[in-house]
Design a protein around this ligand. Structure first.
Ligand code: FAD
Length: 482
């Protein structure tokens, strides 16, 4: 018997339930990847994600080939391609790990039904989450909308009691029976090479994921409670793209973290461990919300915000924000970090998103789209959660009236200015006192630092105090009309 194992965003061999089930159910396997971005309902991977996907697939292909089962790459549509492969290899089973984006759920359900109708055993597994989104409910049987009780319920249901599936050894393959396409032919890499910064920052693939995890457990877990808010340090795990592409599973992350604690690598800092596992919990929460509220990538969860009076889009302001030229140093540092490395520190994601939605009054969807295209970890569940949280219109929202002040945030979380100096080098000679608010620096200080406002570095494109008042007034109008 032969089983197809349909790889999607589970680009790993260890702790891969669909792969293990395929090996249990058949003598020979055919690992398959099907490129079908048009099936992702308007959320096909953006530029940075495509770069990651190319390299992640290359690694998976090498790892599979070493075990004796080369990856077969094909272009969609997915159902017809699976049916072709079944015909070519005589496969009786098709296995995959589930994804949770609304359009993908819809597609996969259709595929499962069609394959089962033709007598093929099509089965899906949970390889991406600690608990299925539908497995957690509040007392009234409804989905949760607030994180803390949600995460408590998850833990009560054993979310952190994980067991792992082993990495398989030698694989018996039937891949030689079918023709594949070259990875390069998928055209995932950029045609103009803007990707040098990505290549410098990341090592996509299963091995890269475990190296990142172990490095984090050795060097940053103990101080995570404090350092996770400081963008000038490597205080977080940077596992998000690896988790998004399934190069590591959340179960493996939890398991490794618990092992590190047993070995004392957290140096007794239980609060840091709790905070880190809580962030893995936020990832679960994002999937829970997306599953139960599938309209949220485009519409606010909090329906009061459906009629928010967004002014006509200011394209110049949007472009200044995208290019890191707002004149607000910590915002510009974040947007440039994003453009260069495909990643931005969580604290700075909140600051930049707050500026866009609450000071520039640009719709959160514009920001979410930009992040979608530029983040290597772009993830519909986490991105939707993050944008709606910051805009104040989602679950567990920061109240709308909480507007992040980029000057105070910069002074608090980048006190020595290392982060801003790294990404906004034209300000590097400004004294710390003015680094986060160069417009307040006296003429002589600016001259001494070689900064000509409006020439070397922009003047702020928005008045923080006035725009904050306007945003709150818009919210007040909405509240009164509700
Ligand atoms: P760590 O602090 O090491 O956390 C470990 C893991 O927990 C992360 O890898 C991630 O999978 C998960 N996690 C951490 N924080 C969050 C969070 N707030 N929400 C959900 N999961 C979390 N994360 C994405 O993975 N993809 C996105 O597209 C995305 N878009 C965001 C947009 C905005 C506006 C905001 C405010 C946040 C967004 N986040 C997104 C969440 C968060 O910023 C990143 O997950 C985090 O910065 C990744 O860095 P890390 O791996 O070092 O995190």
């Amino acid at each position: 018997t032969t089983a197809l194992i349909w790889f999607r965003r589970d680009l790993r061999l260890a702790d891969n339930p669909a792969l293990m089930a395929a090996l249990d159910s058949a003598e020979r396997i055919v690992p398959v990847y099907i490129h079908a971005p048009e099936e992702e309902g308007g959320w096909a991977p953006g530029g940075a994600s495509r770069w990651w996907l190319h390299h992640g697939l290359a690694r998976l292909g090498q790892d599979l080939a070493e075990l004796g089962a080369p990856l077969v790459i094909r272009t969609g549509p997915s159902l017809e391609t699976l049916q072709d492969l079944i015909r070519e290899t005589g496969a009786s089973h098709v296995h995959w790990n589930r994804l949770y984006e609304p359009d993908i759920i819809h597609r996969d359900t259709r595929i499962k039904q069609a394959l089962q109708a033709q007598g093929v055993r099509a089965r899906s597994f949970n390889g991406a989450l600690l608990l299925e989104p539908w497995a957690v409910q509040n007392r009234s049987g409804d989905p949760y909308r607030v994180f803390t009780p949600y995460w408590k319920a998850c833990q009560a249901q054993g979310a952190l009691e994980v067991s792992l599936q082993p990495r398989p050894g030698r694989l018996m393959s039937a891949s030689e029976d079918c023709r594949g396409e070259a990875l390069e032919s998928l055209g995932l890499l950029p045609t103009i090479s803007w990707d040098a910064g990505l290549a410098e920052a990341w090592t996509p693939g299963e091995e890269g994921a475990h190296t990142a995890l172990e490095g984090f457990l050795d060097h940053a877990l103990a101080d995570y409670g404090e350092d996770r808010n400081l963008p000038d340090r490597v205080g977080t795990s940077r596992l998000s793209p690896h988790l998004h592409f399934g190069e590591i599973s959340p179960r493996q992350v939890v398991h490794a973290c618990q092992r590190a604690v047993a070995q004392g690598r957290h140096r007794g800092a239980d609060a840091s461990v709790k905070a880190f596992l809580g962030e893995v919990g936020w990832r679960e929460f994002g999937h829970h919300l997306l599953f139960h509220f599938p309209h949220t990538p485009l519409n606010p969860l909090d329906t009061r915000f459906e009629d928010f009076p967004w002014p006509p889009r200011d394209d110049d302001a949007l472009q200044a924000w995208q290019q890191g030229r707002t004149g607000l140093p910590i915002v510009d540092a974040g947007m440039r970090e994003l453009w260069t490395t495909g990643w931005m520190h969580n604290r700075v994601r909140m600051i930049t998103a707050s500026l866009l939605t609450k000071n520039l009054l640009i719709h959160w969807r514009e920001g979410a789209r930009w992040f979608w295209d530029t983040l290597v970890d772009a993830d519909l569940a986490s991105n939707t959660l993050g944008w709606q949280w910051t805009a104040g219109c989602g679950a567990d929202a920061a109240p709308y009236f909480r507007v992040f002040n980029p000057v105070l945030q910069g002074e608090r979380f980048d006190p020595k200015g290392d982060y801003v100096r790294r990404w906004v080098p034209e300000l590097k000679n400004l004294p710390d006192k003015y680094l986060h608010k160069p417009w307040q620096a006296p003429e002589s200080v600016l001259r001494g630092a070689g900064v000509r406002p409006g020439r070397d570095y922009p003047r702020p494109i928005v008045d923080l105090a006035v725009s904050r008042r306007e945003a709150l007034a818009a919210w007040e109008t909405l509240r009164q009309s509700a």
